[in-house]
Design a protein around this ligand. Structure first.
Ligand SMILES: [Zn+2]
Length: 429
């Protein structure tokens, strides 16, 4: 050790480093030795506070009252919890007699019961909630209780993230702090056009504008995507959120095309394709050439089968080699068939309406089948079609009367995303 540190040349090297650092700060004030983490930053865009009158605010922070929070456990009853809280019997009796108290008494394990009292011991508010912001509220004012359903006014935060995919969409998104539920929503929105297992390449990216909801600084309920843009190679997919007047939510492309298809890709989850559509296949049981006019999905016995689109049951019963068969008519042109079932959904009969994704039966091997699988057929105008390659029709586009309004929303959202994208990638540089 020792002497080398006192040699003049070491002082010189240190001096040169300092001068370099000083000059770089003067000439490149934004230069940084670490990679620019702003690339992936989630921007907190706006903080939209909802103005509320204090009297509407369930269990608001107020130094004049105390709040007790009980998490409902096994064998708890409303009465016991009220007693535990120290509330006087006369108040408890009055509460039980109040119209609607049965709603408050319907407590479930995991719910929370929040009780606020004035310093005098007089009750103020009693709130039963399972998700922290919606529930039943009993208010005590002018010596009487009133009980009604209540939603806490939430603080809405708009956020934006721009993510470049390295290996998987899920990993990259998680690394940038996006929640599981938000990633799942993105996959759902774009999953109709993009296969997230096979189609994604490193360097593909997405921008997402979304809302988070808070009450008292605590995040409640899942994020809601306002708009998102997925860039895969040189293809751009855009989805804009639109709420119809009845509260239903849909995502449309900028042209008003629904991001969803009228049909789901597969009628059984957790399965693999054991035999494709093939007009020259040798049948495994009959051992002769017989067209295979559907796709086989191998899955364990009893796996649920879902209807790939909404429609009406056109046939349900035994039919030769098909075994137990269900046929669903979706539109004038489209129908699907589900064969070799183990059993049907209880009570299902001809003429019943089914929704997209609804369970209609369970995987079996009835009829001419060697193992447990679903034989799925897709027919267009009564003609067999390969379910894997058929171009699926889109779900309903934006309805005509809402087109103008949607256009304004879409333009606003696209501008917003562009603007925020520039904030991250240009202005911060
Ligand atoms: Zn088959």
């Amino acid at each position: 050790m020792g002497k080398v540190f006192f040699e003049l040349r070491y002082y010189l090297i240190i001096l040169i480093i300092f001068i370099f650092a000083f000059l770089s700060l003067v000439f490149f004030p934004n230069f940084s030795f670490v990679s620019n983490s702003a690339d992936y930053e989630i921007l907190e865009v706006t903080r939209e506070k909802i103005e509320v009158k204090n009297s509407d605010f369930a269990l608001g922070n107020d130094i004049n009252n105390s709040i007790q929070i009980f998490e409902i456990k096994k064998n708890d009853t409303l009465l016991n919890l009220l007693k535990q809280s120290g509330l006087k019997d006369s108040f408890i009796k009055a509460l039980i007699k109040t119209k609607g108290s049965e709603k408050l008494a319907r407590i479930k394990i995991g719910d929370s019961l929040e009780i606020s009292k004035k310093i005098s011991g007089e009750p103020k508010e009693i709130f039963l909630t399972s998700n922290g912001f919606e529930g039943v509220l009993a208010k005590f004012e002018n010596n009487i209780f009133t009980i009604k359903r209540f939603s806490r006014p939430l603080e809405k935060l708009e956020r934006f993230a721009s993510v470049i995919i390295e290996n998987s969409l899920y990993e990259s998104a998680l690394n940038e702090g996006l929640s599981d539920s938000l990633i799942m929503d993105l996959v759902y929105i774009f999953g109709w056009d993009i296969d997230f297992i096979f189609d994604i390449r490193p360097g593909d990216k997405f921008d997402v504008l979304y809302e988070d909801f808070y009450w008292n600084g605590i995040q409640v309920k899942n994020s809601d995507i306002k708009a998102a843009r997925f860039i895969r190679g040189n293809k751009v997919f855009t989805a804009i959120r639109y709420y119809y007047a009845d509260g239903t939510k849909e995502y449309f492309s900028t042209r008003g095309k629904n991001v969803k298809k009228a049909f789901l890709r597969t009628p059984v989850e957790f399965s693999y394709i054991s035999s494709k559509y093939n007009l020259n296949r040798r049948h495994p049981v009959l051992n002769k050439i017989r067209a295979h006019t559907g796709v086989d999905y191998a899955a364990p016995k009893g796996t649920p089968i879902i209807s790939t689109s909404s429609g009406t049951i056109a046939f349900i019963g035994n039919k030769g080699g098909y075994g137990r068969l269900i046929e669903i008519k979706h539109t004038k042109d489209y129908s699907t068939r589900y064969a070799h079932l183990f059993k049907y959904k209880k009570g299902l009969k001809i003429g019943d309406k089914v929704d997209q994704g609804e369970i209609i039966g369970y995987v079996g091997k009835s009829g001419l089948a060697t193992g447990y699988h679903l034989h799925y057929e897709f027919r267009v105008n009564g003609m067999h079609t390969d379910p894997l390659t058929v171009k699926l029709p889109d779900a309903e586009p934006i309805i005509d009367s809402e087109k103008d309004k949607f256009k304004r929303v879409a333009i606003k959202m696209i501008n917003r995303i562009d603007n925020l994208y520039l904030q991250i990638y240009a202005i911060n540089q």
